[in-house]
Design a protein. Structure first.
Length: 374
């Protein structure tokens, strides 16, 4: 996305991104912190220590309540408070942005942004024509060569065009980078802003436009319960301890201790939760559009076909997590808070700048094709 037409992001310092994530920190920054008396005292008080990844660095430890050991409700990030922004891990400095490499050195900086950030999920998703950018263009985003990805990283800087479809079909039709931006903003945006379409219908219409260059209006307003069950049984976060994912596939039961504690989520319970169509439209459409305008997967060799599959899975996950968080709050109707939390959860664990989810799609083309055909 172009920085020249963007709206400046301002961090609200809510701390929502400072929990449950195991944030990596490089060895030089970690060694500098571990020499400080206040850091030693903080780690000792919480009974935790840095966890070694490899020679590159460490993970910042989490407290018992899943917050970062350096988060403080009053002072916010203690590293930032005591040592300044440059002492923080690079992931913390850049969040929620990832800088896109430019084919032309004279091109303005461009970024992808993650809706795992609560500020983005609450408001910036709705900036259809004015995507959000960092306040400091060069310092708040990841350098172009620092984005990890399984998608042919050696070809990263050669990307002047994007594939519509995966290999071996990607040679038939390609987007130039300006063509892709025009396709997303000029051709697909009117579909997303069409009030007569449900989010699923809009997503299917974009899919048809990718295939045939002509817009169709699918009759099915949402995937069936059976289709949703199958998608979740394949793409939900993986097994946890003695409660494997096959429990969902065969018994409609799921457990994720990091998100839901000891609660067991059942398909029967979720069916009792009402998800207002107006709320799904208001958040679902901009969220899915947000995913499909994202360029980082395409720069690393994924095709727009992969992005559409990712968006369709995200739609099913949005419905699942919105209902699950509502059920956990002992409420019967999904509210804005639960939808925002679901979006942040999906971005954090599935669709944002982590490459694993797209790698799973690429590694399982038969499973991805089943989603494409929904």
């Amino acid at each position: 996305m172009s920085a020249s037409t963007s709206t400046t992001f301002q961090c609200s310092q809510c701390g929502h991104c400072c929990n449950t994530w195991r944030v990596p920190i490089d060895t030089p920054r970690a060694d500098a912190l571990l020499k400080l008396d206040w850091v030693k005292a903080r780690l000792a008080a919480e009974g935790v220590d840095f966890e070694t990844i490899d020679d590159w660095g460490y993970f910042l430890p989490l407290k018992a309540n899943n917050e970062c050991v350096f988060w403080d409700d009053a002072l916010h990030c203690l590293i930032h408070h005591h040592e300044g922004a440059d002492a923080k891990p690079l992931d913390c400095q850049r969040f929620p942005f990832a800088r896109l490499p430019n084919a032309d050195a004279n091109e303005a900086p461009r970024y992808d942004v993650s809706a795992a950030c609560s500020t983005v999920a609450k408001s910036h998703l709705f900036l259809w024509n004015s995507p959000v950018q960092p306040a400091e263009l060069e310092t708040l985003a990841t350098a172009s060569d620092a984005l990890p990805s399984p998608f042919h990283p050696t070809r990263l800087h050669e990307k002047t065009s994007y594939a519509r479809f995966p290999f071996p079909f990607q040679g038939f039709q390609r987007f130039s980078r300006p063509h892709f931006q025009a396709f997303v903003e000029a051709e697909t945006l009117p579909i997303w802003q069409d009030d007569t379409l449900t989010p699923w219908q809009a997503l299917r219409a974009v899919q048809d436009l990718t295939l045939s260059k002509s817009r169709k209006t699918p009759s099915k307003t949402a995937p069936t319960a059976k289709q949703t069950h199958r998608v979740l049984g394949t793409w939900l976060r993986s097994e946890y301890g003695n409660f494997p994912l096959w429990q969902w596939r065969f018994k409609g039961r799921y457990q994720d201790p990091r998100l839901f504690g000891d609660a067991i989520i059942t398909e029967k319970d979720l069916a009792t939760i009402d998800f207002p169509a107006e709320l799904l439209d208001r958040y679902g459409k901009p969220f899915l559009f947000h995913l499909l305008r994202r360029e980082s997967p395409l720069l690393y060799g994924a095709s727009f076909w992969h992005s559409v599959v990712m968006a369709k899975i995200a739609y099913v996950l949005l419905d699942f997590y919105s209902r699950a968080f509502t059920w956990q709050c002992e409420e019967s109707v999904v509210g804005e808070e639960q939808v925002q939390l679901a979006i942040r959860c999906i971005e954090r664990y599935y669709t944002a700048h982590q490459p694993r989810f797209l790698a799973k799609i690429e590694a399982n083309p038969h499973l991805a094709l089943a989603v494409w055909c929904l």
